[in-house]
Design a protein around this ligand. Structure first.
Ligand SMILES: [Fe+2]
Length: 268
């Protein structure tokens, strides 16, 4: 299974930066020595220290400890009419998604990943008709194969008017699309980027959300500004969906709303 995108130290680091705290001031509030703080942020797990710091950072200590000890692995199967295409981008991996209607073969692509090949192979072998390509945000790893996919598939690409990507048409948050029998609603989920978009998909066999880097299984994407606002927004726009909604993040494994509400240290 795809490993989680972030370990406990990544999570602590994101919360620390998000709350605008220095390591020294957070250590003092948590009653930790600077050395203990360095060890923790460097990836050396110590449960009591992690719990103290989690409390200062308003993370769920139980969820953080569970994740640190390997106790959180979201149990999710990729649905039948979906492909999660994971490609390498430098030292990391990035996800793109292909979703189709079994009845008429109309398909949509969400983000491009670093390499068009797995998506193009899937489209050809499944004999799909791709009608639209949607971007969650403008970061290079998510749009790297845009030109190739547009050229090879002759498909229209879309991005948010709040974060337009060259070579795409733009939509306003809240706009609705459809692909085959799937309805695709756009929701603004900023924080990682100003126009970050979540695509909420409802179809005959599927309720899913393509969330980009807003939320990962067990973590969140790096928030550039308004950390508190981003958390509130994710809770409302993504975790407000029904528990069984499949979440498809830009990095790491698939998950569900219910599992993130129970296990993600930022929200549990
Ligand atoms: Fe990103």
């Amino acid at each position: 299974m795809t490993p989680l995108e972030d370990n406990f130290a990544d999570i602590l680091g994101k919360a620390l930066r998000g709350r605008g705290l220095s390591a020294a001031s957070a250590a003092e509030s948590a009653g930790l020595t600077e050395a203990a703080m360095d060890c923790l942020l460097g990836g050396e797990f110590d449960e009591p220290a992690a719990r103290s710091l989690a409390a200062v950072l308003q993370l769920n200590g139980d969820a953080l400890v569970r994740l640190a000890c390997g106790g959180y692995r979201p149990q999710v199967e990729c649905p039948l009419a979906m492909v999660q295409a994971t490609t390498d981008y430098g030292t990391m991996t990035v996800n793109a998604y292909l979703l189709w209607d079994e009845e008429n073969r109309d398909a949509a692509i969400f983000d491009t990943g670093a390499d068009a090949a797995p998506l193009l192979q899937a489209v050809a072998s499944l004999d799909l008709n791709v009608v639209a390509l949607f971007l969650t945000h403008s970061h290079a790893d998510h749009i790297h194969a845009l030109a190739v996919l547009k050229r090879e598939l002759g498909v229209e690409a879309w991005s948010s008017a709040l974060e337009p990507v060259r070579g795409t048409k733009t939509f306003r948050p809240g706009d609705l699309f459809n692909t085959g029998r799937h309805f695709i609603r756009t929701r603004l989920t900023p924080g990682h980027t100003p126009g970050g978009t979540t695509y909420v998909i409802e179809g005959p066999l599927l309720q899913a959300a393509i969330v980009g880097d807003a939320i990962f299984a067990g973590s969140i994407g790096k928030v550039r500004d308004d950390y508190q606002g981003a958390l509130v927004n994710i809770r409302r726009e993504i975790l407000g969906l029904s528990d069984q909604t499949l979440l498809c993040p830009g990095h790491g494994p698939l998950t569900t709303v219910g599992q993130e509400k129970a296990h993600n240290p930022f929200f549990a």
